[in-house]
Every structure is written in C-alpha cells, then in structure tokens.
Write a protein that binds this ligand. Structure first.
Ligand code: MG
Length: 373
C-alpha cells in the first residue's frame, strides 16, 4: 500500500505539429493536465489526464478534471492508503463520474508502485508482448488527395494500421480514394466518433466495399441497440469506443451484439485497473481489443504502451511516436517506432521507462496546485 504525501497538478500547453481534425472539432494545441505524486517513502511518479479543452469528445474537460482532482478526488486518496488496483473502489465511494480525472490519479498510483518495486510498469501490469504494433489516426482533410498523400507517408513509415476520421458528407469519397491508392492489403479503419444516425444505413453499408478492418463508433455513444441493428447489416466489424466506459458496457455490447472490437483507452475509462478488467472480459468473450490514444504526451503514452503489452491487445494501438505530434516531447528518450511499425515495451526500465523532462515541464507550466496530506 502506498502512503501518499502530496499531489501537484500542473497545466502545460503544447502545440501540435499539425492541427488534428475530427468530428468533435479542430485541435491546434493541447492544454494538458499533468499530475505529480509523491509518497512518504520518497518516491515520485507522473501521470497525465486525457481530458481535452472543450467537451467535444467527452463530458469532461481539463477544467472539470482539475476541479474534481483538487477538491474531491485528491483529498480522498491522500487520506487513504491505496494501490492502483484498489484506487477505483476508494474513489467510487466518494465521487461519481469524472473517469478521466480518476484515471490520472489511479495511473499515478500504478507508476508509483512500479517505482517502489523497481519494476517496469508493463511488468507490474502482467504484460507479455515485448513490442506492440502501432497504428495511426489521421484527421479529416478538405479533399481526398491531401488525405491520400498523408496515408501514403504513414504507410511508408511502417504503421500497421491506418485509421481515417470520417463524418457524414466526408466518408465514402475519402475512403474510396485511399483504398484505391494503397491497394487492398493495407489495414484501413475508419472512426466516425458517433456522428451517424440509424437513418444512415446505406452510406455505412457502402463502406463494406473497402475491406475495412473496423468501423469505429458510427452511432451515438448511448445507442447499443442501434449498433446491434447496424452490425447485423454490415460485414465490417463495428468497434465501440465512446460507448464503452465500463466492463458493464462490454457485457451489454456482447448481449446485444453491438460490435466485435473494443477500443480501450485507460485515460478515458477510469484507469488501468478498469482497462485490464475490460481486456480480460474481451478475451473471455472472444472480442478483439486494442489501446486507443488521446493525443497524449510521452507521459500518457507510457501508460498506453505498458497496457498494450497485455496479451489480448492483438490489434495495433494508437501509439504513434512522439515526433508525430510534438516538435519535442516532455520525456527522454522520446517514444519511437521501428521501420516495421512496432514500439518496444520498456520492460528493462523501472516505472514508466522514460525520464521526465522536469526543466521543460517547469518552463511550460501555466498554472499549478499543490495538495498535501
Ligand atoms: Mg475513437
């Protein structure tokens, strides 16, 4: 059990190398909430909250997460001895919702425990894959030819899955152009971020022609029944992302037949313990699973890579190298990808497996709150 001494919340701002366009809006920079946790026995660990600036993707924002962490979640945890496995239960007893804020706190506890044991986080989680395949998510473009150029570049860099963001009116034409350009063998996926309705069956069914490995979150996050009806009409496997926040959502997905694949994002589902429960449930139920990304820095990436080393994460994760998003990351070494599209899991290094660039974070910090027990 960890005896927590203090937490420091920091907000930094990083500019993306290029704007990222999805159905929820355009992102040109990221306001990022970092959490630094200290234990009484002298260990330190960092984590990252994936909440975005605006509530276009989820109910939480960086500002709601900050308030929840400072005023409600951190005081509960600082008064209790807990490890990563038990943090969700401790916090659930006091606070409803706020899974992204909860995840930041929970993941810091796992990292702290790894530091105390001088073990890698991946080892602590029970990871088995020494290297994990990497996919990339490409934002929407104004014309197909620009998208095709970007896809070609990613194929050349070795990515093992190319995911295209789509939305009504920006779908079939773009997917057709990309498939035509890259040929039938490149694994392509699309992600609609819940922007279609049950009335869009024809256009969604037309995507079957392109041999996609998945159609991610076509309908509203609350629409399990709609996804089930759609899956019965499609050859392409449906992957649920926003619809799945807990293992109970996966149970409902299985009962309904609402899809065959789950995108597990630890920062979105309340942390690593819940993400691992979801991994196990998918394995028992024959669902495929993979680890998604939320435009994290190298700190959040470390947690995603460790999680992705679990055995049933068999599809490529959104684990792009640091250089895809940032001119310079806040960890050393930066995360890199091999030319055949894999990231090495740092089993041989303790904790997150990367050093935190504290000076750079100090320089980037826009605000901070310190909470001590
Ligand atoms: Mg998604």
């Amino acid at each position: 059990m960890i005896d927590l001494k203090s937490l420091t919340l920091r907000e930094i701002r990083l500019t993306l190398k290029e704007p990222f366009v999805a159905a929820g809006g355009v992102q040109e920079h990221r306001r990022i909430l970092l959490l630094e946790m200290r234990s009484r026995d002298g260990h330190t660990a960092w984590s990252e909250c994936v909440a975005q600036e605006r509530p276009g993707y989820s109910l939480e924002t960086i500002d709601t997460a900050w308030t929840a962490l400072r005023d409600d979640l951190a005081p509960v945890l600082l008064g209790a001895a807990a490890d990563g496995q038990h943090v969700p239960a401790v916090l659930d007893a006091h606070v409803r919702g706020h899974p992204m804020a909860t995840a930041a706190l929970e993941m810091a506890c796992w990292a702290l425990e790894a530091e105390r044991q001088n073990a890698s986080l991946a080892c602590l989680l029970g990871g088995t894959q020494a290297r994990v395949p990497v996919g990339v998510a490409l934002g929407m473009e104004s014309d197909p030819s620009t998208l095709v150029e970007k896809v070609r570049r990613c194929v050349g860099e070795g990515y093992r899955k190319i995911k295209l963001k789509i939305a009504p009116g920006a779908d079939r034409r773009f997917v057709a152009a990309v498939r035509e350009a890259v040929g039938p063998d490149i694994p392509l996926a699309v992600d609609a971020n819940g922007t279609y309705s049950r009335a869009d069956l024809d256009v969604l069914r037309s995507l079957d022609a392109f041999g996609l490995i998945m159609l991610e979150q076509p309908l509203h996050r609350d629409d399990m029944a709609g996804h089930a009806a759609l899956q019965r009409e499609l050859v392409t496997p449906i992957c649920l992302d926003e619809s799945v926040t807990t293992s109970r959502d996966i149970e409902a997905m299985i009962r309904w037949g609402s899809g065959r694949i789950v995108n597990v994002k630890p920062g979105r589902v309340g942390g690593l313990a819940r993400a691992m429960n979801m991994h196990d449930l998918c394995r028992e139920s024959g669902l495929a699973a993979w680890v998604g990304g939320m435009l994290e820095t190298g700190i959040g990436r470390a947690f995603n890579v460790a999680l992705a080393s679990l055995p049933n994460f068999s599809l490529p994760g959104d684990l792009s190298p640091s250089s895809r998003y940032w001119e310079r990351d806040i960890v050393e070494p930066e995360w890199t990808m091999s030319t055949d599209g894999f990231v090495d899991v740092p089993f041989d290094r303790p904790g997150l497996g990367v050093e935190i660039d504290r000076d750079r974070i100090e320089n980037l910090t826009r605000r901070a709150d310190h909470i001590a027990s």
